[in-house]
Write a protein that binds this ligand. Structure first.
Ligand code: PGA
Length: 252
C-alpha cells in the first residue's frame, strides 16, 4: 500500500476558540480529499475538544495537540497528559517542534520520552526535526538531522516506529517566507528515508510519511509535494486561512 499523504496545520498560539472551530469547519466543508490523503489540525490545547466535536467523526480529518507532558500525571502545573488527550479522542500530537526546542528548551532526551509516551498511549507522534540556518550553511545539516532522528526516534522498536509521522522543518524556513526549494526538501527527505531503511528496513522506510514544513504556501505546495519523498506538509501561517489551507490540501 502506498504511504499516507498528510497535510497538517499547526495553528501555534493563534485563533480564538470561536474562530478556530469555524476555520476547521470551513476546511471540512470544502476539502476534497483523495483516497490516500488526510488532514490534521494542530490546535491550541483549549480548542482540542471543540474542534474535535466540530469536525465530527471522520477517518480523514484528525486533531492534534501541539505538545504534551511525558509523565502520566501529577504535580506538573500547566501541563497536559496523554491520558487527557485520549479522554477527548485526540489521537495525534506534534512533538519536538523547533519552537518547543528553542524557546522552551526541550532537548532530544525529553522529546524521546514524549515520543515513547505517545506510542504507549496509542497517540500518533508527528515528530519534528530540522536544522538552523548556521548548520545549513555549514553543510552539516544531514548529520544534524540524522542525530535528531537517532536521539528522538530510533529508540523505538520497528513496530512502534512504523506508527510515527515525521516532519522535516528547516528552522530557517519557518515563518520566514523562505522556503526550502523542492530539491532541497527532496534531498534531505530521501536521506532520512535512507537512514530509516538502515536502522529498520526498506518496508518501514517506504511506509513512513515524511512531511515538509517551513513557509508552505498555495504558491509552492504543488512543487514541494511533487517530490517523490515529500509526503505532505506541516503548515503554520497558511493553515490559519481556510482558503489558503484548502489550496494547499488540494495541491496534494
Ligand atoms: P510556517 O510554520 O508554515 O508558518 O513557516 C511551519 C511550522 O512551524 O510548523
Amino acid at each position: 500500500m502506498a504511504r499516507k499523504k498528510i497535510i497538517a496545520g499547526n495553528w501555534k498560539m493563534n485563533t480564538t476558540l470561536k474562530d478556530g472551530v469555524k476555520l476547521a469547519k470551513d476546511v471540512k466543508k470544502k476539502a476534497k480529499l483523495g483516497k490516500n490523503v488526510s488532514v490534521i489540525f494542530g490546535v491550541p490545547a483549549t480548542h482540542l475538544h471543540a474542534v474535535k466535536m466540530g469536525i465530527g467523526r471522520s477517518t480523514k480529518l484528525s486533531v492534534a495537540a501541539q505538545n504534551f507532558n511525558a509523565n502520566d500525571g501529577g504535580a506538573f502545573t500547566g501541563e497536559i497528559s496523554a491520558n487527557m488527550l485520549k479522554g477527548i479522542s485526540v489521537n495525534h500530537v506534534i512533538l519536538g517542534h523547533s519552537e518547543r526546542r528553542e524557546i522552551f528548551g526541550e532537548d532530544d532526551k525529553m522529546i524521546a520520552a514524549k515520543v515513547s509516551q505517545a506510542i504507549n498511549n496509542k497517540i500518533t507522534p508527528i515528530f519534528c526535526c530540522g536544522e538552523p540556518l548556521k548548520i545549513r550553511k555549514s553543510k552539516k545539516y544531514v548529520s544534524f538531522v540524522a542525530a535528531q532522528l537517532r536521539k528522538g526516534l530510533f529508540h523505538l522498536s520497528a513496530k512502534d516506529f512504523s506508527k510515527v509521522i515525521i516532519a522535516y522543518e528547516p528552522i530557517w524556513a519557518i515563518g520566514t517566507g523562505m522556503t526550502a526549494s523542492p530539491e532541497q526538501a527532496q534531498e534531505i527527505h530521501k536521506k532520512m528515508r535512507g537512514m530509516i531503511t538502515k536502522k529498520y528496513n526498506a518496508k518501514i522506510a517506504n511506509n513512513t510519511s515524511i512531511l515538509y514544513g517551513g513557509s508552505v504556501k498555495p504558491a509552492n505546495a504543488k512543487e514541494l509535494f511533487s517530490q517523490p519523498d515529500v509526503d505532505g506538509g506541516l503548515v503554520g501561517g497558511a493553515s490559519l486561512k481556510a482558503k489558503d489551507f484548502l489550496a494547499i490540501i488540494h495541491a496534494m
